[in-house]
Design a protein around this ligand. Structure first.
Ligand SMILES: Cc1ncc(COP(=O)(O)O)c(C=O)c1O
Length: 289
């Protein structure tokens, strides 16, 4: 309302189908995951003003902006790869086109890189795969080095300067935590200093190749897809994944299913080839026997 001078109460934010941005009340209000009553459906009241498009459809993004009136659209919030939806990778060129559209209509491009950011997909940010710079990153998880709860909204002072949030006005009980900030600084030092993004890309390719070999065998349940970037990887099964995630858990591998038929692997960025070989052996035992 301050920067774009959107008429009072008219602001719209565009989001994507099958998004997962957490479980806070505004966020669950625009979740499309009706299979999870606990995220949607059972809580309210919700925040109005969110409009959903198909994930990865740049043409629909532009059409919706035009339909809503570009002067009313404040932002486009998206995951550069959808994590919880099952490691969904948008078609090549989507991020670039979305960037062009957001720039053309003065719409904030907000990348939720809480799962994908800081080396996870083989680049520092998943948006880097298309050399795209969003206007705002949402970061968490790896920002705390996996040991401390820290999250951040990262943008420029041009976007959120003192004219938008007066210094000292915005806060929360745990916001600005000094230990959290120190852990985040160190985690960033390590991720960048030890080049964990490149390591993630290399180990990810190795892991993917191993999983594809297993998928090509006669497995107890058909593995219908193996996909991923860096160390954010999924295998999709033709049936319920739970017995297999439990089988892996019993042998020392924690990998959660997303929805019911996809298993997501997101191992530590420092994983070695030897550790991947160990994991592949167990995965093969579970799926092939
Ligand atoms: C992509 C993504 N966005 C947002 C969140 C939630 O963040 P928070 O728990 O801080 O609300 C998650 C948590 O799993 C996530 O994976």
């Amino acid at each position: 309302y301050i920067k774009k001078k959107i008429p009072k109460d008219q602001a719209k934010i565009i989001v994507c189908k099958d998004n997962f941005h957490g479980r806070t009340i505004t966020i669950v209000g625009f979740s499309t995951d009706i299979s999870h009553g606990r995220y949607f459906g059972n809580f309210g009241p919700y925040t109005p003003g969110f409009v959903t498009i198909t994930y990865g459809d740049a043409e629909e993004l532009e059409n919706i902006i035009l339909e809503l009136g570009p002067e009313n659209v404040a932002g486009f919030l998206f995951e550069p790869m959808q994590g919880e939806a099952g490691v969904i990778i948008p078609g090549k060129g989507f991020l670039k086109k979305a960037r062009e559209i957001c720039t053309k209509y003065n719409v904030l491009m907000i990348a939720d890189e809480i799962q994908t950011g800081l080396g996870r997909t083989g680049k520092l940010f998943a948006c880097d795969h298309e050399n795209v710079k969003p206007d705002m990153y949402l970061l968490g998880k790896a920002l705390g080095g996996g040991v401390y709860p820290v999250s951040a909204v990262v943008t420029t002072t041009e976007i959120i300067g003192p004219d938008v949030i007066i210094p000292g006005v915005h806060g929360s009980t745990f916001g600005g935590n000094p230990l959290g900030s120190a852990v985040a600084m160190k985690a960033l030092d390590l991720i960048v200093g030890e080049n964990l993004s490149d390591h993630s890309a290399e180990m990810g390719e190795y892991f993917l190749a191993g999983l594809r070999k297993i998928a090509a065998k006669k497995t107890k349940i058909p593995i219908i897809d193996v996909r991923g970037k860096g160390l954010l990887i999924a295998i999709e099964l033709d049936g319920k994944a739970r017995p297999y995630t439990e089988g892996m858990k019993d042998r020392g591998i924690l990998a959660k299913e997303t929805h019911s038929t996809t298993i997501r692997f997101a191992p530590p960025l420092v994983i070695t080839k030897e550790q991947i070989d160990w994991a592949l052996k167990i995965i093969e035992e579970v799926f092939v026997g």
